[in-house]
Write a protein that binds this ligand. Sequence first.
Ligand code: GDD
Ligand code: MG
Length: 318
Amino acid sequence: MEAIILVGGLGTRLRPLTHTIPKPLLPLANIPMVERMIRNLPEVFDTAILAINYGLDEMKAYFKEINIEKKVIIVPEEKPLGTGGAMRNCIDYVTGTTAVFNGDVVTSVNLKIMLEQHNKTKAKGTLALWEVYDPRRFGVVELKNGKILQFQEKPEKGTELSNLINAGTYLLEPEILEMIPPNQKISIERDIYPKVAGNGLYGFPFKGYFIDSGTPESYLEANFKCIEKDGTATHKGASIRGPSLIHKNAELQDCIIGPNAIIGSDVKMEKCVVRKSVILSHVNSYGSVIEDCIAGPNISIERDMKRTLISPEGEITF
Ligand code: GDD
Ligand code: MG
């Protein structure tokens, strides 16, 4: 079975970091987001199809270098085709029921159980659903007896059908992909789901977590979620204070790490305190206190920093 991952976004809200690293290749707990998604696929999904426009060369180079058990097919778009157009562009590689993921969300949805429901209901499409307080930034559904009766994308205030949102994980039958006109910019959320709603579209509400990793705050949150369970690191050069992850080749001396600190590969730090931060690869620092930051790759930090995203291309505070 195939899983399509939509990795078209520019990652504008994570600039300047995303000037040098395409967002899907940004690490979550030291593993690029898209690689993590592929590794988390249930066994029945043996092929991952990456629908991509921005960052194609970097993506190709990355997947050439690594060993991964699944087959990875990279399908480029000359120009952005939108979420629906990008899926349609992958149709030649699809052999049956297909999973589709928005590449920018980190969730606890259990795809295996979702697939069982999808098969049992004989749905044309099943959408993972998550409950939020304010659904206006999302796709919103009206759900009744498991069926999605209406779908609205980013509704105006006061018109929201419910608090149940589209969590960006779908199981789709080929007939839905075939409904999408080829080589056109099509939004699955605006152009297709409203039409299929009430006619074979089902919902799969889940609990646990749902994080859209697109902003500095949510990118940090997504990282911390990944180390929540098994992230207690040990390191001879550091005193560890709560969930943390330290890359095996990082060199730390007299450091205080955590809670919620992720230290990437080839990092060298001495007499530093790192809390609630993600330190990407090849960062050097001496004597600094780093809190609520995203830093790297390939930079030196010479001062204390708080709520800052700092990369070789510049920095922003958030
Ligand atoms: N290949 C490709 N081409 N991918 C694309 C394109 C494109 O033209 N446009 C968007 N994508 C990818 C993005 O990279 C992202 O992974 C995913 O499709 C969704 O696009 P976003 O731009 O992030 O949409 P959104 O966050 O505003 O809304 C979507 O996600 C919400 C959940 O986070 C919608 O699916 C909403 O309905 C949903 O609630
Ligand atoms: Mg998004």
